[in-house]
Design a protein around this ligand. Structure first.
Ligand code: NAD
Length: 429
């Protein structure tokens, strides 16, 4: 079993997989999960590793390694993002796929969990090369993905353009009369290529909504509250933008190039315009560059990690001043850090709830494609808010009723839903 393999490993080398397994084991112990179902959920269903050659602009051939891990499909087709990053490997994909299973189960969606990507630093490649890499990766995945089997979406360093290339490549491999039936093989597409209104902002909007629900529950007015954001990509930008609209103030932001601080506030739109013109936050003038290890210790009300996993650890957790941590990223807080934060009475809105706006938005896109419908932005945002509010209230109520932290409550709800599906259906043969 994966968990046994990890326990034997050096704790210092434990990564996201160890983290998600410890979260799973803790929640499973808390609900007394049926031991047979525990065996099934503790391991991934399928793991695909592909090596594929791509011709570079120079004419040289480079061979890339791509991954797709399908953790569980008891509740519906596998669903989860594709990440292009040097840290992508089998264990990272396993961990992220597992989180997807809990996330879709918690949100009450008819999906399972998957994740994948390519071990690559996309900054080193031209757009034309990235297109060929994406298309060849899609071809290598073949019928291991599919609109009713496994539906990828954007994640770190992938976006709507990446999804459009995947869609076009996947459809091109089908016979002409099958092609249009495959529009929902990926979500997060551009609007013109079958995408949905609102999918671009769905994850960040969901992060914002969770902060808003938390504020309402705790009778906190978000106006003039300060927030810090790690990662100013799709999730970080949109979460910041919605929070700023509510009157909150961004005072520190970190991306891969550094940490930028201004106690008087940083304009989110100005920062976004700068990033769109320069490609990163490097050189942004209306904030001072501060040492990156000072980021999480910034005096603020709200902290939004929206970059990589395992960023909040036992090393920086004691210095965190925020009252609430809204996890935009997947797995940003490790288990040791979580214990420290809970002791400090800091609320953590867990990733599988906090960033689930993305997969809920993806579900809406998939439904529209499948049914030949086109919804308005208002419809999408309204449905998203309703669904997320239901999840948020459920998690907080279970946390209160059963005397557990919100993450454990979220895992308990998700795992109990899967347990019920297995008990009702039984195991073939
Ligand atoms: P993105 O590629 O759009 O942005 C990533 C951001 O993180 C960039 O600003 C980048 O500079 C920054 N970053 C990268 N490495 C960093 C480092 N070492 N230190 C500080 N900043 C760093 O990615 P995204 O889609 O916004 O995803 C961010 C996180 O949110 C990921 O954990 C992803 O799994 C999660 N997430 C994304 C979605 C989605 O719909 N895109 C949905 C759910 C969860």
């Amino acid at each position: 079993m994966i968990s046994e393999k990890i326990k034997k490993n050096d704790p210092a080398k434990r990564g996201m997989l160890a983290n998600v397994m410890r979260q799973f084991e803790h929640a499973s112990d808390s609900i007394g999960l049926n031991p047979n179902i525990r065996k099934i959920l503790a391991i991934t269903n399928n793991e695909l590793v592909v090596h594929f050659p791509v011709k570079m602009d120079s004419g040289e051939i480079e061979v890339f390694t791509g991954y797709r891990v399908q953790h569980n499909n008891a509740l519906g087709p596998y669903k989860g993002g594709l990440r292009y990053h040097p840290t992508v490997d089998l264990d990272a994909a396993r961990a992220l796929a597992m989180w997807m299973t809990w996330k879709t189960a918690l949100a009450g969606l008819p999906y399972g969990g998957a994740k994948g990507g390519i071990q690559i630093d996309p900054k080193k490649y031209s757009t034309a090369e990235l297109e060929r890499i994406t298309r060849r990766f899609t071809y290598a995945l073949g019928d291991n993905i599919g609109p009713e089997l496994d539906i990828p979406a954007p994640d770190i360093n992938t976006n709507s353009q990446t999804m459009a290339w995947i869609l076009d490549t996947y459809m091109s491999t089908k016979s002409p009369n099958e092609r249009s039936k495959n529009l929902h093989v990926v979500t997060g597409k551009p609007l013109g290529a079958g995408g949905s209104e609102g999918r671009d902002r769905a994850t960040g909007f969901g992060v914002f909504l969770c902060v808003k629900f938390w504020a309402q529950q705790n009778k906190v007015d978000l106006k003039d509250k300060t927030f810090i954001v790690q990662g100013f990509g799709n999730v970080g930008y949109w979460a910041s933008s919605f929070l700023e609209n509510e009157g909150a103030k961004l005072i520190a932001v970190q991306d891969v190039t550094g940490t930028y601080y201004n106690k008087d506030g940083i304009s989110v739109e100005e920062l976004n315009d700068y990033q769109n013109s320069v490609g990163s936050l490097e050189g942004f003038k209306n904030a001072s560059l501060i040492p990156s290890d000072k980021f999480f210790g910034t005096e603020c009300d709200i902290c939004i990690p929206a970059a990589l996993g395992n960023q909040i650890t036992a090393a920086n957790a004691p210095g965190i001043k925020a009252k609430v941590i809204a996890e935009g990223a997947n797995g940003p807080t490790d288990v040791e850090a979580e214990e420290i934060l809970l002791q400090k009475d800091i609320t953590i809105i867990p990733d599988i709830l906090c960033n689930s706006g993305g997969v809920i938005g993806s579900y809406f896109e998939w439904l529209q494609n499948r049914n030949g419908e086109i919804w308005t932005m208002e419809e999408v945002m309204e449905k998203l808010e309703k669904k997320l509010k239901t999840s948020f209230d459920r998690v907080m109520n279970v946390a209160k009723e059963r005397g557990v932290d919100p993450r454990t409550a979220a895992f308990m709800i998700a795992i109990e839903r899967l347990e019920q599906a297995y008990i009702q259906r039984g195991i073939f043969p």
